[in-house]
Design a protein around this ligand. Structure first.
Ligand code: PEP
Ligand code: MG
Length: 833
């Protein structure tokens, strides 16, 4: 260690402390005398012993203070007590050297590796236990700084701020990796506390172990250099992840709604089948291939610590490189969200607990592969034991990434290569790692079933993106299926049919063929205008946020943009986009649309959608608070540049409409329109149609009174449903019940359509139910003029409308209004899908 860290003043030879406490106090006094620590840090050293084992192995202990007390470390230093007669540190663990560490740095791996280098060299180590010359110790320890294992005690640091977690799926690895990334950019110590548990914000596993669910109240705190800035950046990353998390959850809920049971494939007779949980839709016909127990046989082959440390370091670096390449390839083929799975996995490799545990096991005399594997398993079990299914899925990620490191350490552990599968394979496995799923050869593997896992695990997400029919959680019986058995896997019903009859095989092939034809037809027909079989026009538009998304949407048959959510322009930045930047974006959007309609929604922020630099007040009930138009009316400086940019774009002569969100009264409309008119006149721009979102029941009920004052309505069924049913739209437990086909919501929609018709105004729907085939059917039947949806939903919706006469849709919609429940409405409409 360098002189700054260790000098003769910090070494005491021939000590005989009475016990562990006395030894720690003596070492602490050395650190204090050398100006490394404030006196209170000695207590911190003692407190640490109550929560962690600081015995490193081979007669050495490394006491160090609590992470939260790091501010009491004035400069990094290591005090050494040599105890020639030895001292019992913990039962069965005797030490001769005590290295008390005061470290401002938290570069855990580097420090541990440096210390452990000495430990492996008994020839150099043993004489140090009895030497009478401190120069021997100085020479032997010519290595830098020292470690600080993570902390779990719950005391906030110097600067704190509270934040309520609003991620619908709680804190899982992807957003947690963003927190860690932000925290690591700061030199400050940063901590997240929930109740009595705290985690170092730079440690992914520690964060995940908090088991945070939506609604958890967190205290985020900071200490040390640039603490205020570090705290701000961390909170900003936490908030910025909100919208992405909420959007992902909303899309998943919409998709789940669209995929609720409908007439799928039905086998005849009573075929033998194994039930599981549906994870990815579609039918696969093929031959079963059981991926035999993925248990890796790891032999404990001790090596010198220097070699073990070096090999682990190299394996971690190689795994990081491979994961980065896998993330890039996944991003190119599947998309950014899927690539994020592997970026989060790479973050797991930086976990200090994992590295510390591996080093401790190596110090105890175990081989590097064995130590790493044990460390991964112990941590994965700890995460699984929290009993949170989302975290259980993250334990699978940890094992996946752990296995990758093992294969780098010892390539001979590699079992099956994916390319070995025969054609039309239905793969059965205990669980399949996400990285294996992403690299499956889909020309051979047609279906996937796992004994464990869940529909939210990354493997299931990847299977859905890959279009690979899959079921999960079929139980251990799945692995008893004979290799080579013919089977049909139904990913919609979550069932594996074994040894199907010729009749059922033929029927399944037939069904697959019809599905393929239907998809081809949909793709071909999607460029035709949206209309019913008897020619009633229903305009089909896309919900888009940015100009670069337009081309793909047009390919899918979008006839315009029914909803441009401009809040996406305000995210992931330090300040609101100025007028010029917004103007350029709206212009680019118009140009990409080449004269097709464009409806731009004014900034819909507030409540759950937070933009840190706007400094919105924290609200108890954000969904019922100052959001949408309410916020715009209070923060004119936000709306003004947006309106100026929009009217300047309107001057370019291409179609453009303005829409205001969360309207609940006429007064809001008249004030906002007044502002629009002021800006328009100032710019000498042409008038543009001005419409409102109907997403608050009040607006639906007053539609006939509001209609004369606006040019159009667009119904936001996502919010309208949450407000009509009093169900948080992202509540994981209420997702299935918060169904926009609830008759109460349908009645509000009918009232809106009637109110608009009385004044010859048109009505669109831009909420999720527009992209749900049954939702679109009933909406068209209720008389809406336009449906705006995710571009990928367009071909199926256009195809569905073209199959049915308007009169039939009308009759069914009328019946739906008198149903008792959303389930009843879905049953009524099922035949249409
Ligand atoms: C809606 O509420 O249905 C809607 C389209 O708006 P958002 O989903 O952006 O709140
Ligand atoms: Mg809304």
């Amino acid at each position: 260690m360098s002189d700054a860290l260790l000098n003769p003043q910090l070494i005491r030879l021939g000590c005989r402390p009475a016990d562990k406490d006395a030894a720690i106090r003596e070492a602490g006094a050395l650190l204090e005398a050398a100006g490394c620590i404030a006196p209170d840090y000695i207590d911190s050293l003692l407190r640490r012993e109550a929560v962690a084992n600081t015995y490193l192995g081979n007669g050495i202990a490394i006491p160090h203070g609590m992470a939260e007390d790091r501010a009491q470390v004035l400069r990094t230093g290591v005090a050494i007590l040599q105890i020639p007669d030895g001292l019992e540190w913990n039962p069965g663990q005797r030490i001769h050297l005590l290295c008390a560490i005061a470290a401002r740095s938290d570069d855990h791996l580097v420090m541990l590796r440096q210390l452990t280098r000495l430990l492996q060299d008994e020839a150099r180590l043993l004489p140090l236990f009895t030497t009478t010359d401190s120069a021997d110790l100085l020479a032997a320890l010519a290595q830098p700084e020292a470690p600080l294992p993570p902390d779990a005690e719950a005391h906030d640091l110097d600067l704190c701020e509270e934040w309520r977690l609003d991620y619908p799926n709680g804190l899982h690895a992807r957003p947690a990796a963003l927190w860690v990334e932000a925290a690591r950019r700061s030199p400050a110590q940063l901590q997240v506390r929930h109740g009595s548990q705290a985690a170092d914000a730079k440690n992914l596993i520690a964060l995940l172990q908090l088991g945070l669910r939506q609604g958890a109240l967190l205290t985020v705190s900071a200490r040390g250099p640039q603490a205020a800035d570090g705290l701000k950046q961390l909170l900003r990353a936490m908030r910025e992840a909100s919208l992405a998390e909420q959007t992902a959850a909303a899309i998943a809920a919409q998709r789940a709604a669209a995929q609720r049971p409908r007439a799928g494939w039905q086998p005849s007779g009573q075929p033998v089948s194994l039930p599981g949980i549906a994870a990815s839709p579609g039918l696969a016909i093929g031959t079963v291939r059981v991926l035999a127990g993925e248990q890796l046989r790891i032999v404990d082959r001790p090596v010198s610590l220097a070699e073990g440390g070096d090999r682990l370091h190299e394996a971690l670096a190689a795994t990081r490189r491979r994961l980065a390449a896998l993330a890039d390839a996944t991003q190119a083929t599947l998309g950014a969200a899927e690539a994020g799975i592997f970026r989060a996995q790479a973050e797991l490799l930086n976990d200090t607990d994992l590295i510390t545990l591996s080093c401790q096991l190596m110090v105890a005399g175990h081989g590097v592969e064995w130590s790493w594997h044990q460390a991964v398993e112990r941590l994965a079990e700890k995460i699984s034991a929290l009993g949170n299914p989302l975290l259980a899925a993250r334990a699978a990620d940890l094992r996946d990434v752990g296995r990758r490191v093992l294969l780098e350490l010892d390539p001979s552990l590699q079992g099956h290569a994916p390319g070995e599968f025969g054609p039309d394979t239905i793969l059965l496995a205990a669980d399949l790692a996400p990285s294996d799923t992403a690299s499956l050869d889909l020309s051979r593997v047609k279906g996937l079933a796992t004994a464990h896992g869940g529909p939210t695990a990354h493997t299931a997400i990847l299977a859905r993106t890959l279009g690979l029919p899959a079921l999960v959680a079929a139980g251990p019986a799945l692995l008893d299926v004979a290799d080579g058995s013919p089977a049909i896997l139904d990913g919609d019903a979550g069932r594996l049919y074994l040894n199907p009859s010729e009749h059922n095989l033929a029927a399944a092939r037939d069904w697959q063929q019809r599905q393929r034809e239907a998809q081809q037809q949909q793709q071909q027909a999607c460029l035709q205008p949206g209309q019913t079989a008897d020619g009633r026009r229903v305009e089909i538009a896309a919900n888009l946020n940015r100009p670069e998304q337009v081309a793909g949407a047009l390919n899918n048959g979008a006839e315009g943009v029914g909803l441009m959510r401009t809040e996406f322009l305000f995210l992931e930045r330090d300040a609101a986009p100025d007028e010029e930047e917004q103007y350029q974006t709206y212009l680019a959007m118009q140009q990409a649309l080449q004269g097709r309609p464009l409806i731009v929604r004014a900034l819909d922020i507030g409540g759950d959608k937070q933009v840190p630099y706007l400094n919105l007040p924290v609200e108890d009930n954000p969904f019922l608070g100052v959001r949408g138009a309410r916020l715009l009316l209070r923060r004119r400086e936000l709306l003004e540049p947006q309106l100026r940019a929009l009217y300047r774009a309107a001057k370019a002569g291409k179609p453009l409409s303005i829409m205001f969100p969360m309207i609940s009264s006429l007064k809001e409309i008249t004030r906002l329109k007044g502002w629009c008119e002021g800006v328009r006149k100032e710019l000498d721009a042409p008038p543009v149609p001005i419409g409102i979102m109907v997403e608050v029941p009040a607006a639906a009920l007053l539609a006939d009174q509001l209609a004369p004052y606006v040019d159009f309505f667009s119904i936001g069924t996502n919010d309208l449903t949450q407000y009509a049913l009093a169900m948080d739209r992202q509540h994981p437990e209420l997702a299935a019940e918060a169904d926009s086909l609830h008759p109460a919501v349908l009645r509000l929609i009918r009232q809106t359509v009637r109110g608009a018709a009385a004044h010859q105004r048109w009505v669109g729907v831009c909420g999720g139910s527009a992209g749900d085939p049954l939702g679109a059917a009933v909406l068209a039947g209720l008389g809406v003029d336009e449906l705006s949806m995710s571009p990928s939903d367009i071909p199926a919706i256009k195809a569905m409308l073209r199959r049915h006469d308007y009169a039939r849709l009308q009759a069914l919609a009328e019946q739906a209004l008198s149903c008792d429940s959303a389930e009843e409405v879905r049953q009524l409409l099922e035949a249409l899908a």
